[in-house]
Write a protein that binds this ligand. Structure first.
Ligand code: EPZ
Length: 431
């Protein structure tokens, strides 16, 4: 396993390019199962999760070919409908195979995803939606069996205790586009990744109205055709890089992003006192200052503050003098990064679903352990800003969602390198 060694205190200067969005391309790959014609996906990030989704589609019988680092060709002529546990357990997003398999084949057999470190990952809203559409669902030996022969368009409500569901909306959408009748999805998620999926489905010939709103109206069609589609930029990677520039008090131009996908973060960074400017329709420059203000943050469904940037903001608040409160409303236990930030000197207390952060000027480098994708990113940011050396272990979590992050950061001045874990100083290695 690899580790990252970071020598902190180096401001980031220069330009960095954002990759395609992981959370857009996973459902986009699944949507290619909806047609027997060839689909081409461009601007696909080079990530472990993407390679895994490709393996899953191959397992289902699709031909999946990587044309170049960021372009894939997918052709699902004849497909199976069973996704086994040993595959699904490795990536929860596999649940979004249910919708296209029901739409195309009227049946699916998917292993239940299980939980992960950020908390239980239920799919009750997904299954409630399919049931509303007439799907017969049974659960046996950890597998969900879905029989969609009687499915018809219907009214589906996807509001849950934590708001809507992103992959649940994607799942219902991908079943509804090939289900006879009209399906009205109320309290649907409107994250940019869901909008991107709608655009791809429309390019394939789907009839979807209300794109970008919390109410989608889908009229089923007989067949969908292949299409070519470029994945939207990754707003979470973009946000992570903007926060990195703020924390290292550098001067960084983040290119290839969509400012409109980052309004909640930009609003917060402005409140903190980070100076930034939009230099083109797809580039934002951050010039880190030295007097930031503490802020209160509550994570909410889009267009609210994204939960996937919560850990990174905790790292920024940890070096911002004053009292900040970060409340997590989407995954209430998503604070795995806090104990590791505390090892670096952060003064954070968890009260219920909130982190109470007493910011102090500087963190000190330390050996830390990544636990999930966004917690890992927060530890890298903290290491960049800390004094001394930080070793981040278990960075396979990072590789799931960030394409060559250490290369991008070192190209703009960060002293960060990926080493084999054998390079870890003896006193740091895991027992
Ligand atoms: C997507 O997960 C993202 N993953 C997550 O990003 C992101 O944090 C999340 O949306 C919220 O924005 C992908 O797109 C692959 P949800 P998803 O269904 O769709 C509850 C990352 O770091 N819920 O919107 O699985 C659920 O427990 C990852 O890139 C139910 O109760 O999330 C959570 O509290 C992490 N019942 C809330 O809703 C359900 O049936 C939001 O979950 C489904 C969800």
């Amino acid at each position: 396993m690899d580790v990252l060694r970071i020598k902190g205190g180096q401001p980031l200067y220069g330009e960095v390019e954002v990759s395609g969005a992981k959370n857009a391309c996973l459902p986009l790959f699944a949507a290619c199962l909806l047609t027997d014609q060839e689909c081409i996906l461009e601007n696909v990030p080079d990530l472990a999760d993407v390679r895994f989704m490709a393996e899953l589609l191959r397992h289902l019988g699709a031909s999946v070919e990587k044309l170049d680092t960021h372009t894939w060709k997918i052709e699902a002529k004849n497909i199976e409908t069973r996704a086994p546990y040993d595959l699904v357990r490795k990536m929860r997003a596999s649940v979004c195979l249910m919708g296209p398999l029901l739409g195309r084949c009227r049946q699916a057999e998917i292993s239940l995803p299980g939980g992960c470190v950020i908390g239980p990952r239920p799919i009750d809203l997904h299954l409630k939606g399919f049931t509303r559409m007439g799907c017969e669902i049974t659960t046996e030996k950890g597998y969900v069996h879905l029989d969609g022969k009687a499915m018809r368009g219907s009214q589906v409500f996807l509001g849950g205790r934590h708001g809507s569901t992103v992959l649940g909306t994607a799942n219902i959408l991908m079943a509804a586009v090939l289900t006879p009748g009209v399906t009205r999805i109320e309290s649907s998620a409107c994250e940019p990744e869901v909008v991107d999926l709608c655009h791809f489905l429309q390019a394939m010939g789907a009839d979807i109205e209300g794109v970008g709103s919390h109410e989608l109206v889908v009229t089923g069609v007989q067949k969908l055709k292949g299409a070519r589609h470029a994945v939207i930029p990754d707003r979470i990677e973009a946000g992570t890089l903007l926060i990195a520039a703020a924390m290292t008090r550098g001067n960084l131009l983040v290119k290839g992003l969509r400012p409109g996908h980052l309004t909640a973060l930009l609003d917060k960074l402005e409140e903190v006192g980070v100076s930034f400017s939009q230099e083109s329709p797809s580039a934002i420059r951050v010039q880190g200052g030295d007097t930031y203000q503490p802020v209160d943050i509550v994570t909410l469904p889009h267009p609210g503050f994204p939960t996937d940037l919560q850990a990174q903001m905790c790292a920024l608040m940890a070096i911002t003098p004053g009292l900040s409160i970060v409340t997590e409303k989407i995954y209430p236990n998503r604070f795995m990064h806090v104990p590791e930030l505390q090892r670096m000197g952060a003064d954070i207390a968890i009260e219920g679903h909130s982190a109470i952060i007493k910011g102090n000027k500087i963190l000190s480098g330390a050996p830390v352990m990544a636990s999930d994708l966004r917690a890992s990113a927060a530890l890298v940011l903290a290491g960049l800003a800390a004094s001394g050396e930080t070793w981040v272990q278990r960075i396979y979590h990072l590789d799931r969602g960030y394409e060559k992050l250490e290369q991008k950061l070192s190209q703009v001045g960060a002293r960060i390198e990926r080493l084999d874990e054998s390079a870890l100083p003896a006193e740091f290695s895991e027992e």
